[in-house]
Design a protein around this ligand. Sequence first.
Ligand SMILES: Cc1ncc(COP(=O)(O)O)c(C=O)c1O
Length: 276
Amino acid sequence: MRIWVNGGLREAGDAVVSVFDHGLTVGDGVFETVKATGGSPFALTRHLDRLTRSARGLGLPDPDHDEVRHACAAVLEANPMPLGRLRITYTGGLSPLGSDRGGKGPSLVVALAATTRRPDSTAVITVPWTRNERGALAGLKTTSYAENVVALARARERGASEALFANTLGQLCEGTGSNVFVVVDGQLFTPPVTSGCLAGITRALTADWTGAQEADLPMDVLERAEEIFLTSSTRDVQAVHRVDGRELPGAPGPLTAKAMRIFEEHAAADPDPLPV
Ligand SMILES: Cc1ncc(COP(=O)(O)O)c(C=O)c1O
């Protein structure tokens, strides 16, 4: 496995950043996870745009898109695989041992791991911890992800693959690494970005392609929704067959199955769908 670190490809064992990197010491970094099928990244332009938005949110310099594209292409070419998870990490770089960022410039790492296609449906749990829709990091894809680590570990303990958060107002927000859609009275809804969720790329494409509406939804919508599904770069559209103790028999239900089909068809037709 060959990994891009600060300007070139290295063998995985030699692909290292400093112990003084601000991404390591305080989680001062941003990232993207991109699906790569047969060596081709999906929606790379949207991922690079979001990387820039996240970097700006942390006050990091804009990443050089040409450099990041070059790094992604080099890593994908060096490590052929049918389905890969391409990970772009961009951090505050060498810094003092505190929350002040150093002045040496950011670190850029592009790594890749082989993965397999997710099952068509999965179990999720809800967790008591909240997303803070008013926090400094709301909506940014940062490497300060330990809250997600804790919540996902709870989900695994309970035989689930994802944990769903409410925001501080008790509204449905998102999962540790996914967005959520629900069907209520035959209509498809997803929480708005103002709920504090990440502006997921799969979420935006799914909403555009299916006509799903944004709506503030109380957390207990999960107790009555006719269908529930998750979206993310690694899951695409994935049905939920259990939420906490509630079974949703027949998942994927009709609207979820339709969303899965529509997403697959559109994504196959256009591997880099640009924002309109
Ligand atoms: C917190 C969070 N929400 C939602 C998503 C889904 O976003 P995307 O569809 O862009 O992968 C992710 C990405 O993994 C995430 O980390």
